[in-house]
Write a protein that binds this ligand. Structure first.
Ligand code: ADE
Length: 241
């Protein structure tokens, strides 16, 4: 069973999300285990201090190295377990990186995810732990909890057996299985809503034609919205704004 060990200053926030929906079900079904550790338990003094002003001056607070390094050392079960640090300066998360991280985590049986915080983390954490830094996009969030939860969610739904219908994950947008492109449009009941009808082909029960329609729709959508994802675009075509 794969163990996710999350280090955070806001354990209640992280636990609440990990207990919900597919993430929570994966744990209840015994496919994963989440261990959430409060970095404050490793504070440098009895007042629970975990951050301080930056040397050299400047606005904001920096997360101190000792509490982070000691928390990682305390929870890490194996020296080869991957350690991630959420950071806007990290490698940008996509489906390929998600699968690579999942592979490394499964090989070790665990992964440690450190939620970065405030202005940043003392640079010596990088030197002592050499975490893999991961960004969830080119914008800055107030803390590393949401990015950590995004990373864990993206990984957990790719673990074999977590989604009831394994084909569902494989057909989602961006997956390697669908060539890295976007997904097709989906419809469910009612068949007519405010004069809008479900495309006729989907009501025919003709599986080959339905599959072909979905493939064409997915390709058209990728061309129109994300030409940068098309094979051969080199990834440099601009996504639609
Ligand atoms: N911390 C703050 N912003 C972030 C981002 N975009 N990705 C990962 N960690 C972050």
């Amino acid at each position: 069973m794969l163990e996710f060990k999350v280090l955070t200053l806001f354990p209640e926030m992280v636990r609440a999300v990990l207990a919900t929906s597919i993430l929570g079900r994966a744990e209840r079904q015994g496919q994963v285990r989440y261990t959430v550790t409060d970095i404050r338990d490793f504070a440098v003094d009895k007042h629970g201090t975990v951050d301080d002003t930056p040397y050299g001056g400047g606005a904001g607070m920096v997360l101190m190295a000792p509490c982070v390094v000691e928390a990682v050392e305390a929870v890490r079960g194996r020296a080869d377990a991957p350690v991630l640090l959420t950071s806007p300066q990290g490698e940008r998360l996509d489906e390929a990186l998600t699968l690579e991280l999942l592979g490394a985590a499964e090989a070790a049986g665990e992964i440690v995810v450190v939620c970065g915080h405030y202005k940043g983390v003392d640079e010596r954490v990088r030197e002592l732990i050499a975490p893999r830094e991961v960004s969830i996009g080119d914008y800055v969030l107030s803390g590393g909890e949401l990015p950590a939860l995004v990373i864990v969610d993206a990984m957990v739904r790719r673990i074999a057996g977590v989604l009831h219908d394994g084909a569902s994950a494989a057909s989602d947008s961006f997956t390697v299985e669908r060539g890295g492109g976007l997904d097709c449009p989906w419809y469910t009941k009612p068949p007519v809503y405010r004069d809008l009808e479900v495309p006729e082909v989907l009501m025919t029960g003709h599986h080959a034609r339905i599959e072909q329609w979905r493939r064409e729709q997915a390709q058209a959508r990728t061309r129109e919205r994300r030409p940068d994802l098309l094979p051969g675009s080199g990834g440099d075509a601009q996504p639609r704004r």
